[in-house]
Design a protein around this ligand. Sequence first.
Ligand code: HEC
Length: 184
Amino acid sequence: MSMHKSSFLLIGLSLLVISQSLSAECDPPGNSPLLGKVAPEKLIEAWDLSIFPDGTGLPPGKGNVVEGEKIYNAQCAVCHGPKGIGGSAEELAGGEQGLTGEYPDKTIGTYWPYATTLFDFIRRGMPLSAPGSLTDDQVYAVTAYLLHVNKILPGDAELSKETLPEVEMPNRSGFVWIYPGLKK
Ligand code: HEC
């Protein structure tokens, strides 16, 4: 092989190695479907986040309203406003007009049928700038705080996987079952 050809081969091989290691770095679990590979246990764990209305899937841990207020003010109020009202993002509280007035006001307090969904939503998606960055205890705490500003929990409440599913949301019976033939 001539000198010319072998240096091209060498450059080609080095580029291949560089691009492979870059793609390994740029494909963190969650951003790539990893087609054709058996999903690693860790990846399955990271995606296995769903929490059902009855609380199935909730992790161990606990958090209270007071801790939740601090987390909320530091990490959520910038978008959702103080106490969940008046920010640039979705309003999380203050649905004084309810759902039946001329301008239905859908908030956690007026609309959401299950408190467990709040934990699920916050854990997988919030804060919008860093989803997944809160610990489970912090998610319990901020969930407790949001239920408190929606007048559903008292200021000294603490939540855990046992108590969160017991929270009765005001609009719990406001949804119509879409499969009338099947029992709930
Ligand atoms: C950078 C802005 C931003 C920050 C910070 C942020 N959020 Fe959000 N949040 C949003 C936006 C935008 C939406 C609407 C997203 C959507 O509907 O898909 C939203 C939606 C939500 C909802 C669902 C509201 C509804 O009724 O549909 C909840 C609950 C929530 N955020 C809680 C939190 C909590 C708790 C924090 C702090 C830990 C937080 N957010 C931080 C921007 C933000």
